[in-house]
Structure formats: structure tokens, C-alpha cells
Design a protein around this ligand. Structure first.
Ligand code: PEP
Ligand code: MG
Length: 610
């Protein structure tokens, strides 16, 4: 039997491609999208399609009610089995802690009040059982959402999840679940939510291809950290790709090749060899400092989502953590993490990396990071990115916010912790947040618990109003960090997730460059550091531009650090400054982008694929 092998550089694993004669004869199809996370994956497609349930509602004959109840019982049994199966898989793949959420789901399923009420609803209304179950579970969700007790409120997510499963079982449809991937697969989906992404097991997911999404959607940000290749905005992929079909996912060029021919596999094999050579060139200098040729040391930091990523931060030689997205602790959590649980996660990172700095960003739920924890009590909003999000949630639920602040402060006793607030829109919000921080410090003093009294506090600059009031924010900030993902969407009025207008999401837009110039020069005027932690910082094409404009650090997914460092070591800061000045003179975003790519290529000629 003939076999081709080629290695996927993104995961370091070797996959074996079988010649086409062993596969059903299907023609090769290339579908274009947007490259979102670098790397090549070769494997079979796992179709992950979530459709809205089409819930029927009709009157049933009273004589058939017993049958309806039996159908309901059967659905409950099936759902219980399914949850048990998923629980076992998650426990095996992700650990017992992550699997506990399903115990809570089983408890919902066994809730006699919910079951009894559904049957009574049927007797009262004469409607089919799925319609009755849906009505009752909706009433439960509403009632739980109004309860002031946090623990009970967070059960809302469990009820929603379980109800969906039961309805799927009643309607005879399987509910899609990412945790049910058992073998190495390329996931093809309409979209992947951040909580789905947080449960991805990188040993099973070879790559991700989605119809929606963008380079800055949070699922993609997670994929980049995990070094999982991803291509987004691939129109119709869930219609075109068949479950189980073989495919090559090219996360460099941004396309997917379904049913690749032998020639294509061979070509990719060759390409992979070249990429491996380039990668080893980049890695060879990664232990050296990020210092430009004219002697300027640049701080390259890591963005992390989970405490377990400390290892990655070290492996990629980051100078610390510039952004720890703490909200990931709350996505998919079996229960709302209490102060001690939060402290355990934060201090593990602080301690594990001390004396390197670790910037802990306070909760940034909302936007595309739907509140699965039940904290915010946000159901759905017309414009979630302009809605109840991040610091807005925290300031409205001060007890909850202070719990996080106390956990962060306690972690500051075991490392070099800094605190950062997301989505600051006005100086008043910063003052309110700092007031709560002072209260949290007082509470810890009263308890006799140690913390760093000089802990630094930073504001994220990701809303144009913050960029325009840097002087006001400087009064109460020790540092700034620019969240370009949001800053671009709010400056250009382009939803960062909207595929239809993805081409208008332009990091190199002159308005973005001018805003960045203002931010950095204002920060310098107040002698405060201002780094960048949005995805732009990890894009080697923009690294020189950002540094030239005055960024004092760049923070990115750990696997992106080596390439940016390679560029930094091959350029002069004086050239980057000159270059940035020139770019500020240009009027066309595409031209600026092309010039940025040229700058990168001209300074890293040894990395060309040839
Ligand atoms: C940003 O907006 O650039 C940022 C880093 O925050 P997030 O992507 O989590 O919104
Ligand atoms: Mg942001």
C-alpha cells in the first residue's frame, strides 16, 4: 500500500495521507476564506452544525396523553445517557474538574418539579409535550434569572443546556457537541462560540474552518494560542463539506482543500518541509533577547486565557503576561468560581512566572463571550459589542467585582501582578473601579490577608472615547494597554465578527494609525507605558509599525512571539520610527498594509519560502 506522509507544522504531529485510490473518487474542491490561525492540518472533517430548533406546537388528543408522557420519559432517559457519555469523554480528555458541569446537568434532569410541571402544563393546555416542556423550562429560566443569589442564578445556563438536549431528544435530533469529537478531526462549523473553543481538546481538533468568525473572534484567538490552524469566513463550508471527508486546511493562505488529490498532497508535503526549515530558523534565535539592531530592548509579552498556559509562556520565552483574559475561568464553569478558586488560578500564574509581570485583566464578559456563568443576567442584546459588557457589568455588580479584585490582590502577594480594566470608556468608570479596588484592599487588611499595596493599575484603551481622554485616564492609571481588536471595530464602526464587512475591518486604516499615534504620544507625555495586546500586536506585518508609533510592549498568543522577535532582532528602531512617520502620511489602508508587509519581508529575507 502506498502512503504519503506530511507533517503539520502547527501541531508538530505527522499525519498519514492515503492515496486517492483508497478513498471514494471525489473531485478536489478548494474553498477560500480568511487565514485566521497559521498552520496546516490534514485530516477528516467533523461537521459541527448547530441549527435553531424548529419547535412544533399542536393540540393532542386527550387519549394520547399517556403516550406523550411515555415519549417524555424516554427522552429524559436518552438525555441522561447522552450526558453520561459526554461526561465520561470530557473527564477523559479534559479532566474531572471540567466534567463536573455535567453533574449539575444531571441534577436538572432529575428535578421532579420541572417534570411534574411539564405534565401539568400538558393537562392544562392540551398541547404536545415538547411545547409544554419548552414553556415550563423557559419559566424556570426566567424565575432563576431574577433570583439575587449568585449560585442559584448560575443554574440558568444548566437549565438552558439541558432543556435543549431534552428537546433534541424529543424531536429525534442529535444535539451537536464539540466535546464529542473522539478522533483527530478538522472541525467545520457555522461558527464556534468562545465557550465551545474553551472546551477544545487540542489533541483531537486538528484545525477549524468556519462560515462566520473573524481574525479577532474569541474562538480564533483561542485557536491561535493552542496553535490550532484556522480559516474563517468560508462561505458555505458546512454545505459543501461532508462529515468524514478528507481535507487540507491551510491556515497560512486561508483556504481549505476538500478531497485533495495525490499531487496536492505531494505539493503540501514539500511546502511543509520548507515551512519546517523556516520555523527552525526562527526558533533558533528565540532564546536570545528581543533587541533591535540599534540596541533597543522590546518587551514581548504573552496573551493567555487559562492558568495552564504558563508553560507556553515559558516555552516561548515571553517577558511576562501582557493580558490574562480571566473571563475564561467563568466560561463553561461547573459553578461560579468563588474567591478562593479564582485566587488559586491567578496565583498559579503569578507564582509560576514570578518575577515576570502578569497583567490580569478583570472580567470581560459580554460581546461574543456570552455570559454562560449567569453573572450578568444578559439574555440577548441587539448590539452585544455596544452593550452590557466588561467593566459595565462589574460596576453594576460591585460585590461580584470585589470578589474578583480580592482574588487578584491576594495573588499579587505571590508574584508581579498588575491589574487591568477592560472597556474603560470614561475617567469616571476608572474612578469607580479604583474605588472598589481600594475597598477590596481594606477588606483584605481587615482579614489580615497579604497583598502588594503598590499593585499597578492599567486601563485598556479600546474605545475611541478613552483614546481621546488619555490625559484624564492618566491621572489614575499606572499603564495603558491598547486593545486593537475592539479599538478598530469601534473606530471604524465595523462589527469585528461580521463576515459581510470583514474586508472593511482594516487595522491599517489611517484613522486607526492616527488614534494609535495619539494614544502613544499622550502616554509618553505622562511618562506612562502603553503597550498593545490586540491581535495586531502578534501580526508580524504590523509589529514594526506599532513599535515605530511608540508602543512600549507587544502582547500576543505565545506561539506568535518567535516570529515577531525574529523581526525585532533584524530591524532598527530608528527605521521603524521613520517607517511609521511615512505611513501616517498615506491615505489608503490597503497601501499601508502592503507597505507593512513589505517592511516585514525586507527585514526577514531568510524566512522567504522561495
Ligand atoms: C482587544 O479588544 O484588542 C482585546 C485584547 O480584548 P478582547 O479581544 O478580549 O476583546
Ligand atoms: Mg477588547
Amino acid at each position: 500500500m502506498r502512503r504519503f506522509t506530511f507533517a503539520a507544522s502547527a501541531t508538530g504531529a505527522t499525519y498519514t495521507a492515503f492515496p486517492s485510490m483508497e478513498k471514494p473518487a471525489q473531485s478536489e474542491i478548494v474553498v477560500k476564506g480568511i487565514a485566521a490561525s497559521q498552520g496546516i492540518a490534514y485530516g477528516q472533517i467533523f461537521l459541527y452544525v448547530q441549527k435553531d430548533l424548529d419547535l412544533p406546537q399542536f393540540q393532542i388528543d386527550p387519549a394520547r396523553r399517556v403516550e406523550e408522557i411515555a415519549r417524555f420519559d424516554h427522552a429524559l432517559v436518552e438525555t441522561r445517557k447522552e450526558i453520561g457519555r459526554v461526561r465520561a469523554e470530557v473527564a477523559k480528555n479534559l479532566g474531572e474538574d471540567e466534567a463536573r458541569i455535567f453533574d449539575a446537568h444531571l441534577m436538572v434532569l432529575e428535578d421532579q418539579a420541572l417534570i411534574g410541571e411539564t405534565i401539568r402544563e400538558m393537562e392544562k393546555t392540551g398541547l404536545n409535550i415538547e411545547a409544554c416542556f419548552h414553556r415550563v423550562s423557559q419559566r424556570y429560566v426566567q424565575a432563576f434569572e431574577e433570583i439575587p443569589d449568585e449560585y442559584l442564578r448560575e443554574r440558568v445556563a444548566d437549565i438552558r443546556d439541558v432543556s435543549k438536549r431534552v428537546l433534541h431528544a424529543l424531536l429525534g435530533q442529535a444535539a451537536a457537541s464539540l466535546s464529542s469529537i473522539l478522533q483527530n478531526r478538522i472541525v467545520a462549523a457555522n461558527d464556534i462560540s468562545p465557550s465551545d473553543a474553551a472546551s477544545i481538546d487540542r489533541s483531537n481538533v486538528l484545525g477549524i474552518v468556519t462560515e462566520g468568525g473573524s481574525r479577532t473572534s474569541h474562538a480564533v484567538i483561542v485557536a491561535r494560542s493552542l496553535k490550532v490552524p484556522a480559516v474563517v469566513a468560508v462561505k458555505g463550508i458546512t454545505e459543501i463539506a461532508r462529515d468524514g471527508a478528507w481535507a487540507i486546511l491551510d491556515g497560512y493562505d486561508g483556504h481549505i482543500i476538500l478531497n485533495p488529490t495525490e499531487q496536492t498532497l505531494f505539493r503540501y508535503g514539500k511546502l511543509q518541509e520548507k515551512r519546517r526549515t523556516v520555523e527552525s530558523r526562527i526558533m533558533a534565535v528565540n532564546r536570545l533577547p528581543a533587541e533591535t539592531q540599534d540596541g533597543v530592548r522590546v518587551q514581548l509579552l504573552a496573551n493567555i486565557e487559562k492558568a495552564e498556559e504558563v508553560e507556553l509562556v515559558r516555552n516561548y520565552q515571553a517577558d511576562g503576561v501582557g493580558l490574562y483574559r480571566t473571563e475564561y475561568l467563568f466560561l463553561n464553569a461547573a459553578h461560579l468560581p468563588d474567591e478562593d478558586e479564582q485566587y488559586a488560578a491567578y496565583s498559579a500564574v503569578a507564582e509560576g512566572l514570578a518575577p515576570l509581570p502578569v497583567v490580569l485583566r478583570t472580567l470581560d464578559l459580554g460581546g461574543d463571550k456570552a455570559d454562560t456563568s449567569g453573572v450578568a443576567r444578559v439574555d440577548s442584546e441587539a448590539n452585544p459589542f455596544l452593550g452590557f459588557r466588561a467593566i459595565r457589568i462589574c460596576l453594576e455588580i460591585p460585590d461580584f467585582f470585589k470578589k474578583q479584585l480580592r482574588a487578584v490582590l491576594r495573588a499579587s502577594a505571590s508574584g508581579n501582578v498588575q491589574i487591568m480594566y477592560p472597556m474603560i470608556c470614561s475617567a469616571d468608570e476608572l474612578t469607580q473601579a479604583n474605588r472598589l479596588l481600594e475597598e477590596a484592599k481594606e477588606e483584605l487588611r481587615a482579614r489580615g490577608q497579604p497583598f502588594d499595596p503598590k499593585v499597578k493599575v492599567g486601563s485598556m484603551i479600546e474605545i475611541p472615547s478613552a483614546a481621546a481622554t488619555m490625559d484624564l485616564l492618566a491621572e489614575e492609571s499606572d499603564f495603558f494597554s491598547v486593545g486593537t481588536n475592539d479599538l478598530i471595530q469601534y473606530t471604524l464602526a465595523i462589527d469585528r465578527l461580521n463576515v459581510r464587512i470583514a474586508h472593511l475591518y482594516q487595522p491599517a486604516h489611517p484613522a486607526v494609525l492616527r488614534t494609535l499615534r495619539t494614544i502613544f504620544s499622550e502616554a509618553a507625555r505622562f511618562k506612562l507605558p502603553a503597550g498593545v495586546c490586540g491581535e495586531m500586536a502578534g501580526d508580524p506585518a504590523y509589529a514594526a509599525l506599532l513599535l515605530g508609533l511608540g508602543a512600549t510592549s507587544l502582547s500576543m498568543a505565545p506561539p506568535l512571539i518567535p516570529t515577531v522577535k525574529y523581526l525585532v532582532r533584524n530591524m532598527k528602531m530608528s527605521d521603524a520610527r521613520k517607517f511609521a512617520k511615512e505611513m501616517l502620511e498615506l491615505r489608503d489602508a490597503k497601501e499601508i498594509q502592503t507597505r507593512c508587509e513589505e517592511f516585514y519581508r525586507d527585514h526577514t529575507k531568510e524566512l522567504a519560502l522561495g
